[in-house]
Ligand binder design. Sequence first.
Ligand code: NAP
Length: 289
Amino acid sequence: MKTLNIIGAGRLGKTLGRLWQQAGVFQVQSILNRSFDNAKAAEDFIGAGRAVPALKSMEPADFWLIACGDSEIAATADRLADHLGKREGIVAFHCSGALSSQVLEVLRPASIASAHPVHSFADPLRSLDSFTGSSVALEGDSSATAALEEAFTAIGCKTLTIEAQHKSLYHAGSVIACNYLTVLIDLSLHSFAAAGIDRDSALKLLEPIVLQTAQNNMALGPETSLTGPIARGDLETVANQLKNLTSVSPELAHHYRQLGLACVELARRGQLSDESAAKLIELLSEPMR
Ligand SMILES: NC(=O)c1ccc[n+]([C@@H]2O[C@H](COP(=O)([O-])OP(=O)(O)OC[C@H]3O[C@@H](n4cnc5c(N)ncnc54)[C@H](OP(=O)(O)O)[C@@H]3O)[C@@H](O)[C@H]2O)c1
């Protein structure tokens, strides 16, 4: 079995480590975190490998995953290059969505790649169950991407390839749908709280409709999935909501306006008439100061 060293066994690193170890894809070997205690905890979570206190204690390995935060990847690659020397025949990769494999150039002649799982590793234990079926965008040297395609496929992922110059826009697409959805839920909870509905009740109330909306979007696309007052051109309801939100929180009202304007554009691609759209845009635009 090929061996894998992990630098940065945080939410993503330890999840992938455990999945690959359990599937017999990689033998996890040395694990390095900023804090030795966290590396030990990652060792326990993975159920294999050995936490080490420093880069110089890491054993040789076939694959090196640099899974620290994006801002730490370049500096970590520099230090790893010093540690490895000009080692051939190994694969070094990171999992950032925003950065390309170029940030690992210093590690040549190693084969380098980036492999971005389109998955939210908010809770590693939950990810162990939900990671199967996720897509992973691969970019970099063909020998490295071929090996990583095999490794991710073996744990139930689909892979796609992405050009280095497109990574930022590709990643923004994932950020908008995934991270901004979380922001939308938070904003929604603020509005429910102002209506006297506590957080737990609001989450229970939201669960079926949010999941159903996501499923509708995947099956039907956004134009057909959009319902509600803006899609119907119901100016009175929108004006009323805006007035009440403003009285509770001008910030919440501001977000409602901004997202509402994007919603009008989407609704125009569906049934909304130009006349209703113009009135909604006027209503939702920020008042002149
Ligand atoms: N989270 C996601 O949903 C997700 C999804 C796709 C891709 N990614 C990518 O995956 C990578 C890791 O993200 P994450 O969410 O797993 O981050 P994370 O949970 O914050 O984990 C980062 C880990 O890196 C370690 N670390 C930081 N600096 C280090 C250094 N100089 N040397 C050794 N270890 C260091 C930290 O150690 P300590 O534990 O000691 O602090 C921590 O365990 C990023 O490139 C990110 O863009 C994340």
